[in-house]
Ligand binder design. Sequence first.
Ligand SMILES: Nc1ncnc2c1ncn2[C@@H]1O[C@H](COP(=O)(O)OP(=O)(O)OP(=O)(O)O)[C@@H](O)[C@H]1O
Length: 299
Amino acid sequence: MTRFISIEGIARRYPGKGASSDTTIFEDLWLSLDRGEFGCVIGHSGCGKTTVLNILAGLDAPSEGTVIVDGKAIAGTSLDRAVIFQSHALLPWRSVLGNVAYAVASRWPAWPAARVKDHARKFIALVGLAGAEHKRPSELSGGMKQRVGIARALSIEPKILLMDEPFSALDALTRGTLQDEVRRICIETGQTSFMITHDVDEAIFLADKIFLMTNGPGAVLAEVIRNPLPKGRARADLHRHPDYYPVRNHIVDFLVTRSRTFRAATPGHNPRQVPVIAPGAERGEDPAPAHRLAAVAGL
Ligand SMILES: Nc1ncnc2c1ncn2[C@@H]1O[C@H](COP(=O)(O)OP(=O)(O)OP(=O)(O)O)[C@@H](O)[C@H]1O
């Protein structure tokens, strides 16, 4: 089956200082997403999550391996891949409309100004900022700025939305509201998305697939969790679903212990055949071994 995003055996190494050998941040990483899927990467600081996202964005290049998006190997940045960072990076001298319209005009340079503005307004409304089009970034709250960042990224109708901890700088209430909006928009628009988070609940709420990375250096993709929660899940009720704690406990156990010991404890691990598991999918049983799916994370 052809995957929409296919990361094929990538590694990232940095040269060592002086005579010392190279440092391998992660290696032999294989993972894939189908069109319209939402993937989240979880792993400890330094395992290379941002590096993977930067490689997908074309901002960095792998030392080995290839990334294929929609059938083509990526080379450099592209408006097909939009990135939302933790800090919003808005142009301070432009209004909300100006910031989003700037991206739209870059994507479709031949469009007349009125069409660019109409298109930008549609996405500003989609993130709940209708009425704030004329405001400058200095007049907006952190949450509103991040909404502008989301509108700007979505307005160019990217093939992939890449998000690097987009909500981590926001207060809990705003974070929750924006998680709801991103989920709604991604489902409504069929947006393929790849996100880094340290927040286990955020991953369980948003993701179809959760990629668990071991600690770096020399990190590997250990497992892929196929989220067993129903598509129509609501954030407020997440903890009431019978599959919620099995998934959460599995991820937390991984982060607390197995992310550190995984490589030594799993000598037969095949990075191309990473287990795909759905903890708790058949309720009340020991999750991990019982529900290993036959599928693999790579090709
Ligand atoms: N230019 C560089 N030269 C050497 N090492 C680098 C360079 N850039 C990044 N690294 C190292 O690569 C590793 C992975 O960095 P990365 O930011 O991808 O990790 P991360 O998992 O996203 O971490 P965090 O969760 O803290 O954001 C880190 O140990 C970092 O020090």
